[in-house]
Design a protein around this ligand. Structure first.
Ligand SMILES: Cc1cc2nc3c(=O)[nH]c(=O)nc-3n(C[C@H](O)[C@H](O)[C@H](O)COP(=O)(O)OP(=O)(O)OC[C@H]3O[C@@H](n4cnc5c(N)ncnc54)[C@H](O)[C@@H]3O)c2cc1C
Length: 497
């Protein structure tokens, strides 16, 4: 099967259908693409990485949080190892920063010591208890009342968008089809065996289906008569600071955790920014990604307990992400109601870290329930590398410009993103189709002005490269058109009183 990406036609049949184009579904599709199988990933949005996978902390957790023996514990540690092996080849920005869980008093030091033991049980290497002086030497801006910390050298940070796109692109390179703007709305089941998936764009015959639908994974399970779990959205809000204050912290700084979450952290990002957040608030609406005054005030107060001198004046944006909370552990395994349906559901933190390991576990499970796996000799484990102009030295930049004049045209001034990079992001095997899709892939619009300057120019490049009118270019979601034609305007189309 030839790989493809976009809102093209749905094939009539597939060996495996994966539902959901978040980091979990895309990592599963990539793992499946190692084998001689026809794989179709179905995503309701116009792009991958538009759900929880686009709004999280971007941390590759070392793996000391989860209770030993849980899926979370097993898959976190394996996932972190897999990123270390795969990230560079797949074009996923990753930095081995290490992480610190900061304690403020003797009681918290006990919790931190417990976390170290738990980490050792989970197989996390290199965990150390640091005293106050060690912590302050590593993090000069940390609160003076720190008592000590747990140092995890295998903690790291990653770009969550490019992790998702990296897995997706590699799956497509290896023959998977990713069909976007297509929602799963039902299953055909015969004698308790899944035989087809029904979507808003027709049906695909398939006997093996993976449910990686994130916040909607319980709804998808119910479509097959499976009500074995429920999902409660748990919102986390963030504030992102400009790259000018990127030196504020060197590593991921966690507070000592509580029962609900890992707490408010202060962390660098792979792109040189700093963020604070997230909080953890249970909500009802799986689409409610609003930030709130109360939530932001709470995360500022929490972050100040770790780094008192927060540069609030350099905040460039706020956002919220929704955890798909299904209980204490991930919901991973065959559906008790329908043969052939396997869940990768309720994947809250550390789901980003665990994603490639979830891919391995799900493929093994599919084999256990009857999927035949024959390794694909032509499997290509890496993606084509795309130069990041901003990160290159002047001589290399000059050589690129000499070879392609579009490298000489800076479209996003804040992040120094060139037209050549934007064109490559659109033309790649899992190419951007929306303005935010470009932002997620190359960061045009991710800087201080948040797209105020480059947004219209990115829109024009998308229209040109996709061969569509500017009025057909969308910001992100299905109906998020940015411009109206004069004719539409005169007809009152899209204009709301
Ligand atoms: C605040 C917060 C902080 C976090 N921090 C971290 C962290 O630092 N490290 C870490 O490891 N993890 C972290 N996580 C967890 C991590 O982000 C998630 O585990 C991961 O992104 C889940 O990916 P997913 O693919 O399961 O879900 P999603 O990314 O939500 O993808 C599911 C996809 O399914 C699609 N879909 C839904 N229903 C249908 C349907 N019927 N038909 C077709 N498509 C459908 C959706 O459109 C969506 O794109 C955090 C999460 C949050 C919310």
């Amino acid at each position: 099967m030839t790989g493809s990406f976009g809102a093209g036609p749905l094939p009539e049949s597939a060996d495996v259908v994966v539902i959901g184009g978040g980091v979990v579904g895309c990592a599963i599709a990539r793992q499946l693409s190692r084998f001689e199988l026809s794989v179709v990933l179905i995503e309701s949005a116009p792009d991958v990485a538009t759900g929880t996978s686009k709004a999280n902390s971007g941390i590759l957790h070392a793996g000391f949080d989860a209770e030993p023996g849980t899926w979370k514990a097993r898959l976190n540690v394996r996932g972190a190892q897999l990123y270390a092996e795969l990230a560079e080849g797949l074009g996923i920005p990753r930095k081995a920063t290490g992480s610190l869980v900061v304690a403020r008093d003797a009681v918290q030091m006990e919790t931190v010591a417990d976390l170290r033991h738990r980490g050792i049980d989970n197989g996390v290497p290199g965990l150390e208890i640091w005293n106050r002086d060690q912590v302050v030497a590593h993090e000069p801006n940390i609160s003076p009342d720190v008592a000590g910390a747990l140092w995890a050298p295998t903690g790291a940070i990653v770009c969550p968008f490019l992790a998702t796109v990296g897995f997706a692109e590699n799956a497509v390179r290896n023959g998977a089809r990713i069909v976007t703007e297509c929602a799963v709305i039902g299953f055909e089941v015969a004698d308790r065996q899944i035989v087809a998936v029904r979507t808003t764009r027709g049906r695909v015959a398939a006997r093996f289906v993976v449910n990686a639908a994130g916040l909607h994974s319980a709804d998808v399970a119910r479509l097959a008569g499976d009500d074995s779990f429920t999902i409660r959205p748990r919102r986390g809000e963030y504030i992102l600071f400009d790259r000018s204050v990127g030196q504020l912290v060197n590593t991921v700084l966690f507070p000592t955790p509580d029962k609900l979450s890992k707490g408010i952290l202060v962390s660098p990002t792979v792109h040189g920014n700093v963020f604070i957040g997230p909080d953890a608030v249970d909500i009802d609406d799986p689409e409610d990604r609003e930030t709130t005054a109360g939530g932001l005030a709470g995360i500022i107060a929490g972050a100040r307990r770790i780094v008192p001198a927060l540069p609030l004046g350099t905040a460039i944006t706020e956002f919220a992400g929704l955890r798909a909370a299904a209980g204490k552990d991930f919901v991973i395994g065959p559906s008790p109601a329908a043969r052939g349906l396997v869940h990768a559901a309720g994947i809250q933190s550390p789901g980003l870290t665990s994603a490639p390991a979830i891919g391995e576990a799900i493929v093994e499970m599919l084999q256990d329930v009857g999927l035949r796996l024959r390794p694909k000799a032509s499997f290509v484990p890496v993606n084509r590398q795309k130069p990041r102009f901003h990160d290159l030295d002047r001589q290399v930049q000059a050589r690129l410009i000499a070879g392609d004049r579009l490298y000489g045209r800076v479209i996003c001034r804040c992040e120094t993103i060139t037209e050549a990079e934007i064109v490559a992001a659109i033309q790649s095997p899992c190419g951007a189709r929306t303005v935010d899709g470009v932002k997620r892939r190359v960061r045009a619009g991710a800087g201080r002005c948040q797209g105020g300057f480059c947004g219209p120019r990115v829109t024009a490049i998308l229209a040109r490269e996709l061969g569509i009118p500017v009025t057909a270019v969308r910001k992100d979601s299905a109906n998020s058109w940015l411009f109206l034609s004069r004719a539409d305007l005169e007809a009152g189309e899209g204009v709301h009183a």
